[in-house]
Design a protein around this ligand. Structure first.
Ligand code: ZN
Length: 147
């Protein structure tokens, strides 16, 4: 799977002034989310105003990259043909430990093995010329109860 991803030539993100810190961080292997300095909640996707309290006092902070699958779908016919060699693959909505939900590609797992509630962790993945923030099953015991 990882070898296949390395050879893909897919359209990348188009950073805006607001999203650029996120994408620049990812290319440098850093996973940063916005944090509201006013209400102290985490924010994703990147925005100009906090969706919880409308403050503009947002900063960037390193996030854990840990979460669990809220829901997922298995893609058989990709929306963009460049992803076709990868199909079928799983896309998931991941509830991050910090609170926000993020859509991402699941790697290192057979789509048939994916389950709602499955613990996952960030896996910065080379996709062609890009690094993308993908997730993989978190099989390493963390010592925390997930129940
Ligand atoms: Zn806020």
């Amino acid at each position: 799977m990882y070898e296949l991803l390395k050879d893909l030539r897919v359209p990348g993100p188009i950073p805006t002034a607001i999203t650029r810190p996120f994408w620049t961080g990812v290319q440098e292997n850093r996973f940063q989310l916005q944090f509201c300095n006013c209400c102290e909640k985490w924010v994703f996707y990147p925005r100009a105003l906090c969706p919880h309290c409308w403050s503009d006092r947002l900063s960037w902070r390193e996030a854990s990259g840990i979460g669990r699958i809220k829901t997922f779908t298995v893609v058989h016919k990709p929306g963009h043909p460049a992803w076709t060699p990868m199909a079928p693959y799983a896309l998931a909505l991941i509830e991050l430990k910090e609170g926000p939900t993020m859509l991402s590609l699941l790697v290192g797992v057979d789509p048939d093995q994916v389950m709602v509630g499955m613990p996952v962790k960030l896996h910065m993945t080379r996709v062609g010329e890009l690094i993308l923030p993908c997730f993989e099953p978190d099989r390493v015991p963390t010592g925390e109860s997930h129940e």
